[in-house]
Design a protein around this ligand. Structure first.
Ligand code: C2E
Ligand code: MG
Ligand code: MG
Ligand code: MG
Length: 280
C-alpha cells in the first residue's frame, strides 16, 4: 500500500514498516493506562558536586514496567507520549512524584535537589499551567530551591511568551533551571542570557571521547568558560572514566553525572547511596 504524503512524496509501506506501526499502536494503547496501573517509576541518578565530591542533586529518569516487554526505557516511549499529548499527564505525574521524593529525602535529613526532565510539548501547551505545580510544592511544604527543571534546547527555541513566562514563574518560585543536552540543539547563544538559565548540561556526546587536547576537550573548555562568564554553572553528563572526570575538573566544570559515579537507581537504592556517603 502506498500513502501519499504531501504533494510529491510517496511513502511505501513494507511489511516490516507495517509491523513497526502496529507495534507502536499497541504500545500507545498500553501507555494510556500505564499511570493508573502504576507501571511508571522514577529512577534517580546522582549528580556530583566536584567541589565537595558529594551528591548534590538527583536526576529523575522515568522507567516503564511493561507487563510483557519488561523495563522500557524513555527513549522508546517518550516521543509517543509527545505525539499523543499523553506527556502532559505523564509530566504532571513525574513532577508530583519527584517533588514528593525530594520531600521524603529531606525528612530523612538529606538535602538533595531533584532534577526533573520536561518535554518541549509541556511548555508549548496552553493547558500546561504552572500554577498546579507550584500549588503542589506548597502543599507538601517543599522549598522551590529543592527543585531543578531540565528543559531542552528545542523547548527553549520554541520560545514565545509561553516559555518566557513559565521560566520566570519557576525563577520567582526559587526553582532552578538547567538546559539539558547542551550543544546538540540549535539554541542561539543570546537565548542563554535572556532566559536566566542556571545550569548548562554538556551533552554526553562531548564527554564520550574526551581526550587531552582533542576537539571535544576544546569544546568542553569553551562551553565552561562561556557558561561561567554568563553566570551559569556546568554539569557534565555521561562521565564514565576517571580521565574524563579529571579533564572536566581541570577545565572548571562544576558538577558531573555518569556511570563512573552511579547509574540511575530506584529510590530506595538511591537512599542507600546517600546513607553511605554520610558515613565518610
Ligand atoms: P537525559 O535527560 O539527557 O538523561 C541522561 C541519560 O543518559 C539517561 O538515560 C541516563 O541513564 C543516561 N546516562 C547517564 N549516565 C550515563 C553514562 O555515563 N553513560 C551513558 N552511556 N549513559 C548515561 P535514560 O534514563 O534512558 O533517559 C533518556 C532520556 O529520556 C533522557 O535523557 C531524557 O531526555 C528522557 N527522559 C527521561 N525521563 C524523562 C521524564 O521524566 N520526562 C521527559 N520528558 N523525558 C525524560
Ligand atoms: Mg536530563
Ligand atoms: Mg541530557
Ligand atoms: Mg539525553
Amino acid at each position: 500500500a502506498a500513502k501519499s504524503k504531501g504533494r510529491n512524496s510517496f511513502l511505501y509501506f513494507t511489511p516490516a514498516m507495517e509491523e513497526q506501526a502496529q507495534r507502536r499502536r499497541l504500545l500507545i494503547n498500553d501507555l494510556r493506562s500505564a499511570i493508573s496501573l502504576q507501571q511508571l517509576e522514577l529512577f534517580y541518578q546522582p549528580i556530583i558536586d566536584f567541589d565537595s565530591g558529594a551528591i548534590s542533586k538527583a536526576e529523575a529518569l522515568i522507567r516503564w514496567h511493561h507487563p510483557e516487554r519488561g523495563l522500557v526505557s524513555p527513549d522508546d516511549f517518550i516521543s509517543m507520549t509527545e505525539e499523543t499529548g499523553l506527556i502532559l499527564e505523564i509530566g504532571d505525574w513525574v513532577f508530583a512524584t519527584a517533588i514528593q521524593q525530594a520531600a521524603n529525602w529531606q525528612a530523612q535529613g538529606h538535602h538533595i535537589q531533584v532534577s526533573i526532565n520536561t518535554s518541549p510539548v509541556q511548555f508549548r501547551s496552553d493547558e500546561c499551567d504552572l500554577q498546579p505545580w507550584l500549588a503542589k510544592l506548597k502543599a507538601i511544604n517543599l522549598n522551590g530551591a529543592a527543585v531543578n527543571i531540565e528543559i531542552t534546547e528545542g523547548g527553549l527555541m520554541e520560545a514565545g511568551r509561553a516559555v518566557t513566562d513559565k521560566l520566570l514563574a519557576f525563577k520567582n518560585a526559587g526553582i532552578e533551571v538547567s538546559l539539558d543536552d547542551f550543544g546538540t540543539g540549535y539554541s542561539s547563544l543570546s537565548y542563554l542570557k535572556r532566559f536566566h538559565i542556571d545550569y548548562l548540561k554538556i551533552d554526553q556526546s562531548f564527554v564520550r571521547n574526551l581526550q587531552p587536547d582533542s576537539n571535544d576537550h576544546a569544546l568542553c573548555e569553551a562551553i565552561i568558560v562561556m557558561a561561567h562568564k554568563l553566570d551559569m554553572k556546568v554539569i557534565a553528563e555521561g562521565v564514565e572514566t576517571e580521565q574524563q572526570r579529571d579533564l572536566l575538573i581541570s577545565a572548571g566544570c562544576n558538577y558531573g553525572q555518569g556511570f563512573l559515579f552511579s547509574e540511575a537507581l530506584p529510590a530506595t537504592e538511591f537512599a542507600l547511596l546517600l546513607d553511605k556517603q554520610e558515613e565518610y
